[in-house]
Design a protein around this ligand. Structure first.
Ligand code: FES
Ligand SMILES: [Fe+2]
Length: 419
């Protein structure tokens, strides 16, 4: 349970908030690159950390991210004209380069640009996404080279969905291993309704034993599940990396040789853009990934708008008449997670929750973030801003008969918990 103040400190990310300052120290995705397919094409209005931005690709192909509202008198640059080397506000014709430089002013006799500079932000296009750094220039960290960025394009499937709830409940749901065999029963325990004997590894064990160790990027947790047939137990090791990322192993549940990296990116306090990238050593067909997530159902999800089509008001279009064989009344893992997140309301009221031992990973996630804020308040850097992102990995494996589970993740470096 948390106080209201603690919950606010954890959840709120707008300008001037502590958590907002923490997020602004990391590179964050702002959109999928397929939304800017052609040089000189239509710009995008994107919201990130409670601020509005315009994202555009110049006629020369360069991506720019500026404050959405024109520095002259505040018209939206998302209405602007995209030109060879910048974007021009349609109101009085001020033209800005990708670095924020004022290139031209149409309503000024001398036509000579004054010494102004629009707020512009460093960008990188990688992995099918446009990434941006919103923090203080002198603190800009190197761009994180996550392992999936170096794979051929057909070895990854990128999905974005905009969700109507706070980033913390999105991230906590992803780190809560104990719901997997329950909420996702249809996939994890297909025999739950007694009509089939099919088993997915050890997922029948709905109360895994959890172990957690802090690392330089956040933590690793290991969920051990008993093998009902007496064979070796299963362990799934998931890294949480700052500020809101995780990697889920495919393994017996979602296929060998692949992993899914997920970034929960706050658009504002009540909206989260979830970017998930399934990647692996083999080509991955997009349609299988869509089916698994439930995003193939066009009555539930719009790929064009990157959002769900239901709301809390229509009870998420739950199919109650299927629940004798369909645990949740929904189909698809990501859809089930999204419904749960939305059902909690825009910002979960953590003054009313009751945590138990199975919520260990949720508790540690909050603690690591609080430690990071404390570190920043002492003048230090947030945890995990400058780590080797390419070495972060997850694993689904038989539990080692001898030795520590840590030996399965060679890149794992333990850090001592703070006092
Ligand atoms: S408001 Fe943009 S040019 Fe005047
Ligand atoms: Fe889930």
């Amino acid at each position: 349970m948390m106080t209201r103040e603690e919950n606010d400190r954890l959840c709120r990310v707008g300008p001037g908030t502590k958590m907002g300052a923490l997020f602004r120290r990391f590179w964050l995705p702002i959109c999928t690159a397929d939304r800017l397919p052609t040089p000189g094409g239509a710009p995008l209005a994107e919201r990130l950390l409670g601020e509005d931005f315009v994202v555009f690709r110049t006629g020369e192909g360069k991506v720019g991210v500026l404050d959405e509202y024109c520095m002259h008198r505040g018209a939206s640059l998302a209405l602007g004209r995209v030109e060879d080397c910048g974007i021009r506000c349609i109101y009085h014709g001020w033209k800005f380069g990708t670095g924020g430089e004022v290139l031209e002013i149409m309503n000024n006799k001398s036509q000579r640009p004054p010494n102004f500079r629009a707020r512009a932000f460093p960008t990188v296009e990688a992995g099918g996404m446009v990434w941006v750094y919103l923090g203080p220039p002198e603190k800009q960290p190197p761009f994180p080279r996550y392992a999936f960025l170096d794979l051929p394009e057909n070895h990854r499937v990128l999905l974005r969905v905009n969700q109507h709830f706070n980033w913390v409940q999105a991230t906590e749901s992803g780190l809560d291993s104990s719901h997997v065999g329950i909420l996702h029963s249809n996939v994890a325990r297909p025999g739950w309704h007694g009509q089939t004997n099919q088993r997915i590894g050890a997922m029948d064990d709905t109360a895994p034993e959890l172990h957690i160790e802090d690392t330089e990027f956040g933590y690793h947790y290991a969920a051990f599940r008993k093998n009902p047939d007496g064979g070796s137990d299963n362990v799934r090791i998931v890294p949480f990396f700052m500020p809101s990322g995780r990697i889920i192993p495919g393994g017996q549940l979602q296929g060998e040789n692949n992993q899914t990296i997920i970034f929960e990116v706050p658009m504002d306090d009540e909206h989260t853009a979830t970017y998930s990238i399934r990647y692996g050593t083999q080509p991955i067909p997009r349609d299988t990934r869509l089916r698994e997530t439930g995003f193939d159902d066009t009555t539930m999800y719009s790929e064009k708008e990157q959002r769900f089509l239901w709301t809390r008001a229509d009870l998420h279009l739950q199919k109650r008449d299927t629940m004798d064989r369909n645990w949740s009344g929904f189909r698809g893992i990501a859809l089930e997670d999204a419904v749960i997140g939305t059902s909690m309301g825009p910002i979960q009221d953590r003054t009313k929750e009751h945590l138990i031992a199975s919520d260990l990973a949720v508790v540690r996630f909050r603690r690591r973030l609080m430690e990071s804020l404390a570190q920043m308040e002492r003048g230090g850097d947030p945890i995990g801003v400058d780590v080797d992102a390419g070495a972060i990995a997850s694993i689904d494996s038989p539990a080692p008969a001898r030795g520590h589970w840590r030996s399965l993740i060679p890149s794992h470096r333990v850090v001592e918990p703070a006092e």
